[in-house]
Design a protein around this ligand. Structure first.
Ligand code: SAH
Length: 382
C-alpha cells in the first residue's frame, strides 16, 4: 500500500491499516498491542494529538509524534438544506475542494462520500466531470469524511449508511479505497456493517472484479443507457469497457447469496427515457441479480439536459416492475444547496452563460479537449 509522507517527513498514520500500524510500531521497537490502542484513539475517539492517547506510554507517544501526523480535512463550509440534507465542503492539505453529503431519511442517515478531488471519467451529463481529475484522495481523506461528520453533527444524525457516490470514481482510486473500506468496516475503527456500505462505479471491469473479491460491501453500477452507442455518448469509459463486457462481468461476480447489484439509471428527457429503453433494460438485466435505481436528471444551468416528466418516470418504472425487476425512483434531495446527484463540485457561477450544453455539444467539446476515443483511452486505468 502507498504511504503518504508530508513535506516534514512525517507519515500520514490515518492512511495506514491496523496491520500497517502494527508493522510500523514493532519495526520501531514498540509492542504490538500498542497499535490497537493507537488505532482506536484515531478512529473511535477521533483525537487530533498523540499526547491525548493517555493509555499509550509516553515514550511511544513521543516516537509517534516524531514519525507520524494525524490528518484531518479542513472544514470550509457546512450548508443545511430545507429538507435536512447537509453538505460539507472540505479542503485537503493542498487546498483541493471535496464534498460529502448527509441525507437523513426515515430513520436512516446516509453519508455520500467523495473518493477523488474532481473526476477523470468525463461523463457528459455530470458537473463533477467538468473539473477533470485533480487528485486521488488518500485513505485518511476517504475515512475522515464519516469521522468528521460524526464529530460535527448531533446524535440525531448518526450515520447509518455510507455510499461512495460523491465526487470521483472510487474504482479509479482502488488502492486508496480498499484501506479506507477496511477502516469503515473494522469494529476497532469506524465499525460499519458491510451491508450499510455501497460503492458506486461507472464500471471499471477489472477493478470491479477485484473489489468484489476483496470486500463484501454492496455494489452499484451507473448504467445510464441501454445501447452501446447511447452509453458512449454520455459515458466515454464505454470506449474502454463496453456495456456488454460490464454486464457480463456483473453476471459473473462472486456475490453473496442475498446480494443484488444496484444499477443506477439517470433519466434524461428524450435521450434514454423511452419505452424502447425500458424494454431493452429488461433484456439487459437477464441473468443478473439486480435492482434498478432510476434517478431523474437534476437539471442545472451548465447543461441543456431536461428531467423527464414524473409520468414518464413512473411509466418507465412500471414497465420494469411489470417485467419482474426491482425498480425504485431516487427522490432528489438537497437541490437547494447544490448537494444533489451530479451537482458536486459545481464551482463556476458563470456556468449559465456557457453555450451549447446539450449532451452532443459537451461530447464534441470534450473530444476537442482530447477526450476522444483514441486520446482519451483511459490508458492510466489498468
Ligand atoms: N463515479 C461513480 C460515483 C459517483 S455516483 C459513479 O458514476 O457511479 C454519482 C451518481 O450521480 C452517478 O450514478 C451519476 O450517473 C449520477 N449523476 C450525475 N449527474 C447527475 C445529474 N445531473 N442528475 C442525476 N444524477 C446524476
Amino acid at each position: 500500500m502507498p504511504t503518504f509522507v508530508r513535506a516534514d517527513g512525517r507519515i500520514d498514520i490515518k492512511s495506514l491499516t491496523l496491520a500497517e500500524i502494527e508493522a510500523a510500531l514493532t519495526g520501531l521497537g514498540s509492542e504490538r498491542f500498542r497499535a490497537v490502542q493507537v488505532y482506536k484513539w484515531l478512529w473511535q475517539r477521533g483525537v487530533s494529538r498523540f499526547d491525548e492517547m493517555t493509555n499509550v506510554a509516553r515514550s511511544v507517544r513521543e516516537l509517534l509524534e516524531e514519525r507520524f501526523y494525524i490528518a484531518f480535512l479542513e472544514v470550509v463550509a457546512v450548508q443545511a438544506s430545507i429538507d435536512g440534507t447537509h453538505k460539507f465542503l472540505w479542503a485537503t492539505e493542498e487546498g483541493h475542494r471535496i464534498e460529502s453529503v448527509m441525507i437523513p431519511d426515515d430513520g436512516r442517515n446516509t453519508l455520500c462520500v467523495s473518493s477523488q478531488a474532481g473526476c477523470a471519467m468525463a461523463c457528459t451529463f455530470c458537473l463533477t466531470g467538468d473539473l477533470g481529475l485533480r487528485r486521488h484522495l488518500r485513505p485518511s481523506e476517504i475515512a475522515n469524511q464519516p469521522l468528521q461528520v460524526r464529530q460535527r453533527l448531533d446524535a440525531q444524525y448518526r450515520i447509518s449508511n455510507i455510499v461512495m457516490m460523491g465526487m470521483g470514481e472510487p474504482l479509479h482510486n482502488l488502492d486508496n479505497l480498499l484501506p479506507a473500506l477496511e477502516i469503515y468496516l473494522d469494529e476497532q475503527a469506524l465499525n460499519f456493517s458491510h451491508r450499510k456500505i455501497t460503492v458506486s462505479t461507472v464500471g471499471l471491469v477489472p477493478q470491479l472484479q477485484k473489489l468484489a473479491e476483496s470486500t463484501p460491501v454492496n455494489l452499484a453500477v451507473s448504467l445510464n443507457a441501454t445501447t452501446e452507442e447511447q452509453r458512449r455518448e454520455v459515458m466515454p469509459i464505454t470506449r474502454k469497457y463496453s456495456m456488454q463486457a460490464l454486464l457480463d462481468a456483473c453476471r459473473e461476480l462472486p456475490l453473496k447469496q442475498t446480494k443484488r447489484i444496484t444499477f443506477e439509471y439517470v433519466m434524461m428527457a428524450g435521450f434514454n427515457d423511452s419505452l424502447a429503453d425500458a424494454q431493452r433494460l429488461v433484456r439487459l438485466m437477464r441473468g443478473i441479480k439486480s435492482k434498478i435505481n432510476l434517478i431523474p436528471y437534476n437539471e442545472n444551468p451548465a447543461r441543456a439536459i431536461k428531467r423527464p416528466a414524473d409520468g414518464v418516470v413512473r411509466a418507465f418504472q412500471h414497465h420494469l416492475v411489470a417485467h419482474g425487476l426491482q425498480a425504485s425512483v431516487r427522490i432528489t434531495r438537497g437541490r437547494d444547496i447544490s448537494a444533489a446527484c451530479g451537482q458536486l463540485g459545481k464551482a463556476d457561477p458563470d456556468a449559465a452563460r456557457v453555450e451549447g450544453t446539450s449532451i452532443a455539444a459537451i461530447r464534441i467539446r470534450r473530444e476537442g479537449e482530447g477526450y476522444d476515443a483514441s486520446r482519451f483511452a483511459f490508458d492510466d486505468i489498468v
